[in-house]
Ligand binder design. Structure first.
Ligand SMILES: NC(=O)c1ccc[n+]([C@@H]2O[C@H](COP(=O)([O-])OP(=O)(O)OC[C@H]3O[C@@H](n4cnc5c(N)ncnc54)[C@H](OP(=O)(O)O)[C@@H]3O)[C@@H](O)[C@H]2O)c1
Length: 194
């Protein structure tokens, strides 16, 4: 059984980006210490095109071997002409509008999203599944999320894109770990409460 982990960056007030989803203000907090944490603990969450210039494209995957993104999140890379932003992972993009995949390495999930995720989670062995987001996809998959890894940056957005684009539904999680960084970034890990 593999875990589905929503690994996400957010503001103090829980937004994963501005109202359009842009979270680039958070990049300012990726200093040496935090970058060391990311590359040491979650190297596979850095996109392939970002890893190459940093000379870390040969770092082995540590936690995840599969990624799932919503089409709007995938579009961020696609707009820059990058069709396989996580080439070091098995890539799935949820979309009903993309009629064919822009890249042979990327599989489109058009139907039965939850069923497909359950199928991936039921696979034997291997590493976990990185739920990249965005908000809408995370909202639809909330019931399947086993773990949350929330990188909180010391900024208030006031309004913006919520972590889960879903209706009100109370779901319990158990705090498993907290890491704090010198620049005020906080990383909390939660397991789904059973
Ligand atoms: N801060 C962070 O860590 C973080 C992480 C990831 C993303 N983001 C940001 O989040 C923003 C995008 O989030 P978003 O909520 O607008 O969109 P999203 O969740 O990335 O994508 C939504 C799209 O996914 C597809 N989809 C959703 N449910 C589906 C289902 N059941 N079956 C098939 N396809 C399904 C649909 O694509 P079609 O319209 O093609 O059918 C839908 O329009 C971006 O701006 C990105 O930068 C931030």
């Amino acid at each position: 059984m593999r875990k589905l982990t929503y690994f996400v960056a957010c503001s103090i007030d829980g937004f994963i980006g501005d109202p359009g989803g842009d979270a680039s203000s958070m990049l300012a907090f990726v200093d040496e210490e935090f970058f060391g944490f990311l590359t040491g603990e979650y190297p596979e969450t850095l996109p392939t095109h970002g890893r190459r210039p940093l000379g870390i494209d040969d770092l082995p995957n540590k936690r995840f071997d599969t990624i799932i993104q919503g089409r709007a999140s995938y579009d961020v890379a696609l707009r820059e002409g990058i069709t396989s932003p996580y080439a070091h992972l098995r890539e799935y993009v949820a979309s009903r509008s993309l009629k064919e995949s822009p890249d042979p390495h990327v599989e489109i999930i058009a139907e039965d999203l939850v069923g497909k995720v359950r199928e991936l989670k039921a696979e034997e062995g291997g590493l976990g599944i990185y739920l990249c987001g965005g908000s809408q996809l995370a909202g639809e998959l909330l019931g399947e999320i086993d773990e949350l890894v929330i990188k909180t940056y010391p900024q208030v957005y006031g309004s913006g894109m919520p972590m889960f684009g879903s209706g009100f539904a109370l779901t319990d999680f158990t705090l498993e770990a907290v890491r704090t960084f010198g620049n005020g970034v906080l990383v909390r890990t939660y397991a789904r409460g059973r």
